[in-house]
Each structure stands twice: as structure tokens, then as C-alpha cells.
Design a protein around this ligand. Structure first.
Ligand SMILES: Nc1nc2c(c(=O)[nH]1)N[C@H]1C(S)=C(S)[C@@H](COP(=O)(O)O)O[C@H]1N2
Ligand SMILES: [Mo]
Length: 404
């Protein structure tokens, strides 16, 4: 169809009359009516809500329990809300915002039930930060996209009331050292959180990217814990109980604990370790020799991204990539690196160092540190992409990395 359009443009230059013929474009696999000359035909009037161009076929990759963000399609630091990853342990509940309430009780002076309207009366705060599931790693195939490998991370601007504001309101007692956050979904998700996180930067969030939080993200209210494993950001939040010890809930015992060395298992591993991934060029991109802008995302649950390095020679040498401002605390950060590809087969990869000085490990280093039975949580290895002489880009599965 591209050729047809070229021909009609050329004939227009040649002086032919422009007719408002509607062509059919099969770009992106859907049939879309396209006027021969959009300047000669009235366009579509404004609507109540905007729509994405029908030519753009952005999509999450859903399974029964999660759906993954198409990282390779993102052009900036914010995830469009309808492309935010989802992870539900028992589906998305429907909660009426009018009857919704959040109860805070336990080791407090004034146990209180807050309506949504009550929560919105408190001073509000907005913050751009990523969310990532601690189970965010898949490997094993060359034909994997960034979405397949680590699409369980997204970034939004979250708005709500600081949990510390509510802590003051209810009078959290000094002996309170942990709180339990409980969701109102069919999974009744519960997590124990150290109280210091509540005083520090926890948000009781009711908005996402300027509008009410989406049902999939916890409508009407979720807990949002910047930089911590996604599971602790309890959605559809209905209860917070203050206490002096963790509750050892299902989510802290059967799950969200991981093997470290010598038969030991660690629990309450809250921080998301720094990670980066190239998002272009990656599978299924096909590149041509010459200048290529290597692009990607980097983030850390422990602070700001300090540096991203890119290697275009299979890890022999590394160059410092450009970081796009703003580089925010606990936030996806866009990096870029110009590379002149000479047509030779190679491996390209990125690694991030965060402001604590921590550098993203290779898969092999992860195996060495945690042992071969390290399970599926908190895996953040350097991801490598093979560039073939014909320009085809393929993932390099991590277990190949490990045996190199
Ligand atoms: N109530 C409740 N909260 C929840 C979950 C859930 O199933 N129920 N899933 C958790 C997990 S495992 C993750 S990774 C994040 C996912 O948040 P998202 O779906 O908004 O991306 O929410 C967490 N909060
Ligand atoms: Mo998760």
C-alpha cells in the first residue's frame, strides 16, 4: 500500500486533480480508511475522549494472571495508563467509590474509617515513579522482546495523600514498627510493611497520570511504595493495621521470598535492584548499517540512576550513555547512545549504576551470588541482544550468557 500512496502523491505533483478518494491501508494489519489527500477533506470532529491512531497497534501481552507493558514501544518516561502492566492474584474487583472506605486501626490513638472524599481533603502529593513486579524476568528464547523479558514494570505519575499525613491524623503510637496493608479484592492481598516506609515516602494513591487510578491499578485507592517490589503496593486498599511485628502472611511465606546461598531463604526483600534494558534495537527489529540510536530504560528502587553504560562489542568495552532529564528518584530514566554499526555480527548490552554505587550484575554474577536454585524473584541481569550480519536483532538468552 505504501507504493500506491507514493504514486498518488507523485501524480498530484504532476498537476492531476486531487480527488477525495478513500484508500484502504493495511498498515498494522487492520483495514483503515485513508483519504487520498487529507488536505482536501474535512477531518473527524473533536470527541469526548481522544483515541490512539488506528495505525498504532500498541498492546499489553496478557496471560491469566498478568499483562506486560510493551517497553519496546515507549518513547519517553511515562507509561500510557492503558499500557501499564497488570498483576492480579484474583482478578480486578469492581469497587464503588461512594461506599469505599479505608480503615486504619491497631497501635493508633484514634482508629479511623476514611471515605474517598475524606482522603481527597488532605494535602495531596504527586510523584513520578516506577512500579515493578519482583517476578519480572523471563528468559530462554532468542525471539523475545523487552516486553517478554521484563514487561512487568511501568511508570506513572501517582497522586494521593502521604501515608505519613494519615499516620499523624490517627496518632500512630511509638511502639508501632510494622503495618499490615490489606486489599479488598478476591485475593485479600495482605503485606506487612515496616512503619518507617510509611513515614518516609508511602502514598495512598487515588490518581494516576492525572485521572482516577484505573481499575487494574487499584481503583479507587492503592498503596504505592516507591522503589519497593510491586507486590507491596497493595491495590484496592481497604485496611491498614499498625502493630509491632510482621504478620507473616501468605504473600510473605509461600511467595515473595527467595533462595540465597547455602539453603537460606530471604524474606522481606523490599528494594527493587537497579536494572536497565535496551528497548531499541531489540527483537524483532531489523536494522541497517550506519548510525543507530540505541535507546533504553534504566531504574533503581534505591534512588536515582547515576550512570548507564552501553557496550556494542559484547562487553569488551563500555561507553557512557546520555541520560534524559529529569533523572528522578526511583524512576524509569531514558538513556540513549549513538552507535555506528559496520555490519558485523555483535552483541549489544547496557548496565546501570545507581547512586548507591550498585552496578547491575550479569546473569552469571547473579548465579554466583545466589546459587543455581535462586528462584524467580529479584532477577535483574544485564540483557544482551545479538545483531546478525543481515541486521536481524535477537535476544541472547541468559543461560547462554551464564555458560560463556
Ligand atoms: N489487592 C491486591 N494488590 C496487589 C496485587 C493483587 O493481586 N491484589 N498484586 C500485587 C502485585 S504482585 C504487583 S506486581 C502489583 C501490580 O500492580 P499493577 O497491576 O498496578 O501493575 O500490585 C500488587 N498489589
Ligand atoms: Mo508482583
Amino acid at each position: 500500500m505504501k507504493n500506491d500512496q507514493k504514486i498518488s502523491r507523485r501524480s498530484l505533483l504532476g498537476g492531476a486533480m486531487a480527488v477525495a478518494v478513500v484508500q484502504t491501508s493495511f498498515a498494522s494489519g487492520v483495514q483503515i480508511g485513508v483519504p487520498d489527500d487529507p488536505t482536501k477533506q474535512m477531518g473527524v470532529p473533536p470527541g469526548k475522549v481522544g483515541t490512539r491512531s488506528a495505525f498504532e497497534k500498541l498492546a499489553k501481552a496478557p496471560s491469566d494472571i498478568s499483562s506486560r507493558s510493551p517497553l519496546q514501544d515507549f518513547k519517553g518516561m511515562i507509561t500510557p495508563s492503558d499500557l501499564h502492566f497488570e498483576r492480579h492474584h484474583n482478578g480486578v474487583p469492581t469497587i464503588d467509590p461512594v461506599t469505599y472506605s479505608l480503615t486504619i486501626h491497631g497501635f493508633v490513638d484514634r482508629p479511623t474509617v476514611f471515605s474517598l472524599a475524606d482522603l481527597k481533603r488532605f494535602p495531596s502529593v504527586s510523584r513520578i515513579a516506577f512500579l515493578e513486579c519482583s517476578g519480572n524476568f523471563r528468559t530462554g528464547k532468542e525471539t523475545m522482546t523487552p516486553q517478554d523479558i521484563c514487561g512487568l514494570t511501568s511508570q506513572s505519575e501517582w497522586t494521593g495523600v502521604r501515608l505519613s499525613t494519615l499516620f499523624r491524623e490517627v496518632g500512630v503510637r511509638e511502639k508501632a514498627s510494622w503495618f499490615l496493608a490489606e486489599g479488598g479484592d478476591a485475593a485479600l492481598m495482605t503485606r506487612s510493611i515496616p512503619v518507617r516506609k510509611g513515614w518516609d515516602d508511602a502514598i495512598i494513591a487515588y490518581a494516576q497520570n492525572g485521572e482516577a487510578i484505573r481499575p487494574e491499578q487499584g481503583y479507587p485507592v492503592r498503596l504505592f511504595l516507591p522503589g519497593w517490589e510491586g507486590n507491596t503496593s497493595v491495590k484496592w486498599l481497604r485496611r491498614i493495621e499498625l502493630g509491632d511485628a510482621p504478620w507473616h502472611t501468605r504473600e510473605e511465606t509461600s511467595k515473595y521470598t527467595e533462595a540465597i546461598k547455602d539453603g537460606k531463604v530471604r524474606q522481606f526483600s523490599f528494594d527493587i535492584d537497579a536494572r536497565s534494558i535496551i528497548t531499541f534495537p531489540t527483537y524483532p527489529a531489523q536494522i541497517e548499517r550506519g548510525w543507530i540510536e540505541i535507546r533504553g530504560l534504566a531504574w533503581s528502587g534505591r534512588g536515582k540512576v547515576l550512570r548507564v553504560e552501553v557496550s556494542t562489542d559484547a562487553g569488551k568495552t563500555w561507553q557512557v550513555a546520555d541520560l534524559q532529564d529529569p533523572v528522578l528518584d526511583k524512576a524509569h530514566t531514558v538513556f540513549r547512545h549513538l552507535w555506528r554499526w559496520n555490519g558485523n555480527e555483535t552483541l549489544i548490552m547496557s548496565r546501570v549504576t545507581d547512586e548507591t554505587g550498585y552496578t547491575q550484575p550479569t546473569f552469571r554474577q547473579l548465579v554466583e551470588a545466589r546459587g543455581p536454585d535462586m528462584g524467580g524473584y529479584h532477577l535483574n541481569p544485564v540483557t544482551a541482544w545479538q545483531v546478525k550480519p543481515d541486521g536481524q536483532v535477537l535476544n541472547q538468552p541468559e543461560q547462554l550468557n551464564a555458560t560463556r
